[in-house]
Design a protein around this ligand. Structure first.
Ligand SMILES: Nc1ncnc2c1ncn2[C@@H]1O[C@H](COP(=O)(O)OP(=O)(O)OP(=O)(O)O)[C@@H](O)[C@H]1O
Ligand SMILES: [Mg+2]
Length: 268
């Protein structure tokens, strides 16, 4: 395991100006299945924007358009005014993506998972890579995991490694897909704190897809809610308290109905 005790922050906020993200009439269909319908909104540079919505409402699909993993059926996504569908535009901007399932390389140690991007892009010397990797691990309280493989980590640790890996590339834009799913409430709160701290320290723009209402209430600058392919709600977290739309109300404050007829035994 590489030994290094980071004493200073090897990343510099000045080098990583935050990026503005604009969705302009974004629509996406898979065959006959319309997932996103004419979505228009802006995410400001340095903002934490939390995107919520029922399962299957298109949150991950929307994120994938930002990194070119999906192409719009119509409309576009702009990064600082330039079309995100253009590979050259994306190449100019460092975008960290924390995938829903972590997406770590199981055959690589935690250290090598983090170092991979810097090595592949020949961005740093090995001593500088070590400094950056160990600093990112320290921020996420993962110093002791550098030599471990992903299979040796808990779910919460894997989530934190995925964030550390995104951080190593000094992102201008951080995209998180369900960063607190499958975590206990304490670990979820820790991840929320980390997302907020990264915004403060590195001034990145953050788009966080999440079902976690506590996360939205505690760290979001603004919250958007996707439903039926449309952006049903857009506003600061305080606007989630008393939504007027009944569908939003049901989504944000679901009732548990123990007498739901759906659960009756089939008659034989
Ligand atoms: N490559 C694809 N081909 C066809 N359909 C797709 C594809 N990717 C996503 N979909 C469909 O698009 C819809 C939205 O999927 P998406 O993964 O964005 O949902 P989500 O809002 O992220 O849900 P969850 O909260 O469960 O993660 C789903 O009905 C899904 O089946
Ligand atoms: Mg998803």
């Amino acid at each position: 395991m590489p030994s290094c005790s980071p004493t200073r922050n090897p990343f510099t906020a000045e080098e990583t100006p935050a990026v503005a993200v604009s969705f302009e009439g974004l629509s996406k269909s898979f065959g006959d299945h319309v997932v996103l319908k004419d979505i228009t909104f802006n995410v400001e540079p340095g903002e934490i924007f939390v995107l919520m919505g029922p399962s299957g409402s298109g949150k991950s699909v929307l994120l994938k358009h930002i990194v070119g993993l999906e192409a719009p059926t119509s409309g576009r996504v702009l990064l600082d005014g330039h079309d995100a569908a253009d590979e050259e535009v994306r190449a100019q901007i460092r975008i960290g993506l924390v995938f829903q399932a972590g997406a770590l390389f199981n055959s690589l140690t935690v250290y090598d998972n983090l170092a991979l991007y810097l090595r592949e892009h020949r961005l740093s010397t090995e001593p500088k890579i070590r400094e950056k990797v160990m600093h990112a691990l320290k921020i996420l309280s993962l110093e002791n995991t550098a030599a471990k493989f992903p299979s040796e980590l808990s779910g919460g640790m894997k989530k934190r490694v995925a964030i550390a890996r995104a951080l190593v590339m000094e992102p201008q834009l951080l995209l998180y897909d369900e960063p607190t799913s499958e975590l206990d409430p304490v670990m979820s709160a820790t991840i929320s704190e980390i997302i907020a701290a990264l915004k403060d320290e590195y001034h990145v723009t953050s788009i966080v897809v999440s079902h976690d209402r506590d996360l939205a209430r505690s760290i979001a600058d603004r919250v958007g809610i996707l439903m039926d392919g449309k952006l049903m709600h857009l506003g600061p977290p305080s606007t989630l308290q008393n939504p007027s739309d009944p569908r939003l109300k049901d989504f944000l404050n679901p009732k548990i109905d123990l007498k739901n007829p759906r659960f009756k035994k089939l008659e034989t």
